[in-house]
Design a protein around this ligand. Sequence first.
Ligand SMILES: [Zn+2]
Length: 216
Amino acid sequence: MSTEAVLTDTYELRDTLLDLETRISELLRIPRRPIRVRLVRESAGVAKTVLCAPPRVPTVYLSPDMLHRSVLAHELTHCFVPTRWLFLAEGLATWVATEVGGEGCADLYFASSRLEEVLVRPWSVRAPTVAELVDASTDAPDKLDPQRFPLIQTRLAFAVAGSFCGFWQGRRPQLATLAASDQARGPRDILAEATGMGLDDLEQEWSRWLHEESTA
Ligand SMILES: [Zn+2]
């Protein structure tokens, strides 16, 4: 569980949401859209987003214990990039949460400030490769299943997706726009169009950077 402060004041919560929306919009280069946030006061551990195509309004459901900046940033990003392809959806949401959440990787229950720090550390299990994760969808979530979130394998899978998608979004800013707008094609085609490269090359370049970062 994140150790950062929970937002309890309604005005502070509203201001935080507005600030996050602005920053996410800039980071992803996607215009803001109406988003509904509902508090589920009687529950705990609830952080989920019910997506829908415009003009209908997506809804984020949160229990009071989940009102952290990084969790809000993660769920709001799902509203900006409503795709069933989980590698892109969870990857961008995880990356954005570390960029604008101000809580490092706390929402993944890692103490590190950056996803890359998590990934270069030795763990009892191997982190999945991009190729193992890229085809996950809401119909077949596999290793990116949020239901299996407390498991180290799942949290590492989110960290891989987050680091990879953030690396490429930073270099090819059209990635999020394509992921948000193209519901017909799969993630491999969307990544290829955004970058002009195939998945093997994308993974190699990202992986090289990851290990250079860790030894720099
Ligand atoms: Zn998510």
